[in-house]
Design a protein around this ligand. Structure first.
Ligand SMILES: Cc1cc2nc3c(=O)[nH]c(=O)nc-3n(C[C@H](O)[C@H](O)[C@H](O)COP(=O)(O)OP(=O)(O)OC[C@H]3O[C@@H](n4cnc5c(N)ncnc54)[C@H](O)[C@@H]3O)c2cc1C
Ligand code: SF4
Length: 326
């Protein structure tokens, strides 16, 4: 049986209380929202904090607001709510779809969108028990000096595995971050960095306080496709998000492939390929080939990387067809 390490609970009831605690104790604290990723990681001793800061009681972080400038979401909104809220389903279909494809129903009822965005990167050599990792001499990401995926590498290449992040990038979404020095906003694309040890720009003590999807994303044609071993529970071994502005033909397009590196990969040139053309099979095929050339899955995800690479154009085509509609 895997047990939790010893820690002290902290239960802030307001954002100010949370930020006050983080100002003093950021280095020794782990934020816990729904806990669906944080608790298994604690049991694996991947985090060994002095304080676990449970933010679930902070009511001001659990809102859904449809406003004229776009959709505002508090980080404590659950994945189930995003998947089922009628207006999100109607106006931001790929976002609702991605939320509904995370894990299984129980995990979606507990899991939050803030936790999904800040999800730790995953690796065959990292998401293991302490005993397992110790037998291998640990690794760069935690307690060791070597990467078992790229042994000569100096950087962790564990996989970004959030279902929502690639979709949010195609929708041009932004993240609001708060810390004791104030608030700042970055695009979801800029939120991530290609470093598997800590793959986002959150500084110690900073927390995600809002997600914003601009009104311009309301009219987009979108698709989200996820490759996983089973149709439930499993993390993506490859994911593809696509969004296009259509006016008879494509006016602009964004394509993002994820679960292949520490940061979701925006496919360069997707807009050039699709612009001025209908979303037909020829565009879907060309986008698939473009993505195939730019994506090299690594063995950090425990499934055959050649197979995952071969599936890149297949899943791109499916995402484009889904955006094109019936
Ligand atoms: C069996 C299983 C299958 C899963 N499958 C999937 C899947 O298919 N796709 C997928 O995307 N995820 C999957 N997950 C991971 C997880 O369930 C979801 O990503 C979920 O959305 C995480 O949200 P949470 O609230 O539970 O996060 P938590 O576990 O509470 O936190 C996750 C991380 O985010 C940080 N965090 C949380 N909120 C904030 C905040 N507001 N500001 C700053 N940091 C914050 C925490 O400190 C922690 O590091 C799976 C998990 C399990 C156990
Ligand atoms: S990619 Fe390398 S350093 Fe990162 S978790 Fe995996 S084995 Fe460790």
């Amino acid at each position: 049986m895997l047990t939790l390490p010893r820690f002290d609970w902290v239960h802030p009831e307001t954002l100010d209380q949370l930020l006050d605690h983080m100002r003093e104790h950021a280095a020794e604290s782990l934020i816990l929202a729904g806990g669906t990723d944080a608790v298994p990681n604690l049991k694996h001793r991947l985090h060994e904090p002095q304080y676990v800061v449970a933010i679930g009681r902070i009511a001001e972080l659990a809102f859904i607001r449809h406003e004229t400038d776009g959709l505002h979401l508090g980080p404590l909104v659950t994945l189930s709510r995003v998947a089922s809220e009628p207006r999100i389903r109607a106006e931001f279909a790929s976002l609702a779809r991605a939320a509904g494809l995370v894990a299984g129903p129980q995990l979606r009822n507990m899991g939050t969108i803030g936790g999904n965005l800040c999800l730790d990167t995953r690796c065959t050599y990292y998401n293991q028990t302490y005993f397992w990792r110790e037998a291998l001499g640990f690794c760069l990401k935690k307690s060791g000096t070597l990467c078992h995926v790229v042994p000569q590498g100096k950087r962790c290449v564990a996989a970004h595995s959030s279902d929502l992040a690639p979709v949010l990038i195609t929708l041009g979404a932004e993240v609001e971050i708060a810390g004791h020095a104030g608030r700042r906003t970055v695009s979801v694309e800029e939120f991530f960095v290609p470093d598997g040890i800590h793959n986002n720009v959150l500084a110690p003590g900073e927390v995600v306080t809002r997600l914003f999807v601009p009104a311009a994303a309301r009219g987009l044609a979108t698709g989200y496709q996820k490759l996983r071993p089973r149709a439930s529970i499993d993390f993506p071994m490859l994911s593809v998000a696509f969004a296009a502005r259509m006016n008879g033909v494509c006016e602009s397009a964004r394509l993002v492939v994820s679960a292949i590196a520490a940061k979701p990969r925006t496919i360069h040139g997707a807009d050039d390929v699709a612009r001025g053309r209908p979303l037909d099979e020829s565009v879907a095929g060309a986008l698939g080939e473009l993505a195939h050339r730019q994506c090299q899955p690594l063995i950090s995800v425990p499934y055959d990387h050649d197979y995952r690479r071969a599936m890149v154009p297949v899943f791109v085509r499916r995402a484009v067809r889904q955006a094109a509609g019936p």
